[in-house]
Ligand binder design. Structure first.
Ligand code: PEP
Ligand code: MN
Length: 346
């Protein structure tokens, strides 16, 4: 169950509701938003009786039964699609947001050149890994703090926001000093210490779907972030592992509408890791717009053949520019359908 308190309900009312929930034998998990407190009710007991009683308790606006194992991220909890505001930019609203940049931050010249080019082509957020999760310990592991500093410089020069990966709970505070959005990589989707730490940190998070994770597992990981206090979560489909070898991963394009049906959180598609091959990225990006994703995260490199990671799937700058042009008519249709959805919801 989820109990949503009235905006600015006094503490005494909130405490009383929590006391009543405990009397019914449940555990209480409350989240304090800017306007209201939302209380998650966990455990086994007489749901109907408890709901009826709480609905009649002062200060309670809504008491709802949730059947999915994830509560706060579910559509049952919140019917309207969520918007995430991050330093003046809205994701999940009426703009289709493109994040772009290299797989890894490699040098000042590389990141500045890419940042300027993707900004001019219409991207709003610069991606770039300073900490890299690599399958081989002998591969490039990232520039770490120096990479974060270069991202900050690129942000100052272009006004782009920054998304970068954080791999360990020990690095959360440091990465949060530089990143507008913290990326949880596919390999860390079930790193529960990291999820808890990013939950407490509160900085917006892009959570990537694990290599072999089900949609339910992705949503349970998102639930960790929200249950630990951070509701600024973007879900990201980046391809899953299947028997197919023609592409690096299999892009589960249906994950986008499935997630939109199950959850209110915005959904971002990563076409680069999903297919692993630059020639396929524009087609998958068009598909992402068509199925109702809220945005894309795309790898772009000024000279992909020299990239230290993921060169084969990185678009060149002219290819990215072309793709952004080609996406325009698709994004116009996306906007029309988004406006219809918003109108139908009110
Ligand atoms: C990346 O974004 O470069 C990355 C490592 O992605 P993923 O975690 O999806 O493999
Ligand atoms: Mn990459």
């Amino acid at each position: 169950m989820i109990i949503s308190m009235r905006p600015h309900a006094p503490k005494a009312e909130i405490d009383y509701v929590c006391e009543r929930i405990r009397e019914f034998g449940y555990k209480v998990h409350s989240i304090e938003g800017e306007e209201r407190v939302v209380i998650g009710v966990v455990g086994v007991g007489d749901v109907t009786n408890c709901l009826e009683s709480l609905e009649a308790t002062p200060g309670v606006e809504r008491a709802v039964r949730i059947s999915a194992p994830y509560k706060f991220v579910s559509k049952e909890f919140k019917k309207e699609h969520s918007q995430m505001r991050v330093n003046g930019l809205e994701i999940g609203g009426d703009e289709f947001i493109v994040m772009a940049g290299p797989c890894s931050v490699e040098s000042e010249r590389q990141i500045m050149e890419t940042a300027e080019a993707v900004a001019a082509a219409g991207a709003k957020i610069l991606r770039g890994g300073a900490y890299k999760p690599r399958t081989s310990p002998y591969d490039f592991q990232g520039m770490e703090l120096d990479g974060l500093k270069l991202l900050k410089k690129a942000k100052a020069a272009t006004g782009l926001l920054i998304i970068t990966e954080v791999m360990s709970d020990r690095d959360v505070e440091m990465v949060a000093d530089y990143a507008d959005i913290m990326q949880i990589g596919a390999r860390n989707m079930q790193n529960f210490a990291l999820l808890k730490s990013l939950g407490r940190c509160g900085r917006p998070v892009l959570l990537k779907r694990g290599l072999s994770a089900t949609i339910k597992e992705l949503l349970m990981s998102a639930e960790y972030l929200v249950a630990h206090g951070n509701s600024n979560v973007l879900l990201c489909e980046r391809g899953i592992r299947t028997f197919e070898t023609a592409t690096r991963n299999t892009c589960d394009i249906s994950a986008v509408p499935v997630l939109n049906e199950l959850s209110h959180l915005p959904v971002i598609l990563d076409p680069s890791h999903a297919v692993g091959k630059r020639s396929l990225v524009p087609a998958i990006s068009r598909a992402a717009v068509a199925v109702g994703a809220d945005g894309l995260i795309v790898e772009v490199h000024p000279c992909p053949e020299k990239a230290v990671s993921d060169g084969a799937q990185s678009l060149t700058v002219p290819q990215f520019r072309n793709m952004m042009q080609e996406l325009k008519p698709y994004i116009s249709l996306w906007k029309e359908s988004r406006a219809r959805e918003v109108a139908a919801a009110v």
